[in-house]
Design a protein around this ligand. Structure first.
Ligand code: 5GP
Length: 252
């Protein structure tokens, strides 16, 4: 499929105009960044794996009635998605303490939380995506109260789905980040899960060994990121059970 004009290039993806109005082609790069792009590398095969994994999660969400921007995968690195207006928030759901929550509150990483905790960060790289409260969101008009109720509902449904899928393959969903987009249909707007869901935006630990199978492998220099992501894909059946990296043989 001929690609349209480049709309935006982010740290891990490039967006192009799609073939139909209201569609976008999302291209997954191999670039990995951490600590607000202070640490950077190119990880052979990461984009291919994230394209497949995000397709897998978004398709599953659609099947259980959670609206997403995903339309179809086009090839190894590209997927067609609905164009939407991204709400400038990172919506984080945590089941176990880790990362910035552990640092902020002094809770040991891996401690199970009394219930899932939803946090919001204002999406602005130049500010380091600061944590904000619903008060900030309402006062600055980033989302309405109705949007916030819907976002919370979506975030918790994604959490239940992702936790269950991961539990089924021996992985603990520690936390994750999603982004929410507005899709306009006539006079109405609908909120959908947008961007991507992949090991770049989740913390995934092996249930038995607590081995990290997510971007912390890159952030903390814990080994091969492609091996970790390929292991997640293999367990989910997105990759064959055998076969190695870094150029995985993909099924279908
Ligand atoms: P933390 O706040 O502990 O750094 O991150 C919480 C969760 O959200 C982790 O799963 C992390 O991967 C994800 N997350 C937070 N900020 C970002 C971001 O800017 N990009 C991506 N891809 N994931 C993020």
């Amino acid at each position: 499929m001929a690609r349209g004009k480049k709309i935006y290039e982010g740290k891990a993806k490039i967006l192009f105009e799609g073939p139909e109005p209201g569609t976008i082609v999302q291209y997954f790069k191999d670039d990995a960044t951490a600590f607000n792009a202070e640490k950077k590398d190119v990880i052979d095969g990461k984009g291919v794996l994230n394209n497949r994994l995000s397709e897998y999660f978004m398709t599953g969400l659609t099947q259980i009635g959670v609206p997403t921007h995903f339309l179809k995968r086009l090839n190894m690195r590209e997927q067609l998605v609905r164009s939407c207006e991204i709400i400038p928030l990172e919506v984080i759901v945590r089941n176990f303490a880790a990362g910035t929550m552990s640092k902020r509150l002094g809770i040991e990483e891996g401690t199970q939380l009394p219930r899932p905790i939803v946090e919001y960060c204002y999406k602005d790289d130049s500010l380091g995506d600061p944590l904000v409260s619903e008060e900030h969101i309402a006062a600055f008009g980033w989302a309405s109260q109705q949007d916030m109720d819907d976002i919370l509902g979506l975030a918790l449904r994604v959490n239940d789905f992702m936790s269950g899928v991961m539990f089924g393959v021996g992985i603990k969903l520690i936390d994750f980040k999603i982004e929410i987009g507005r899709v306009y249909e006539g006079d109405f707007q609908r909120l959908v899960v947008a961007d991507e869901i992949s090991p770049d935006s989740c913390r995934l630990w092996d249930i038995e060994t607590n081995q990290k199978l997510d971007k912390d492998v890159f952030r903390r220099d814990l080994g091969s990121l492609t091996d970790a992501y390929a292991e997640v894909a293999r367990r989910l059946g997105v990759l064959p059970k055998t076969g190695g990296h870094p150029k995985p043989t993909l099924v279908n």
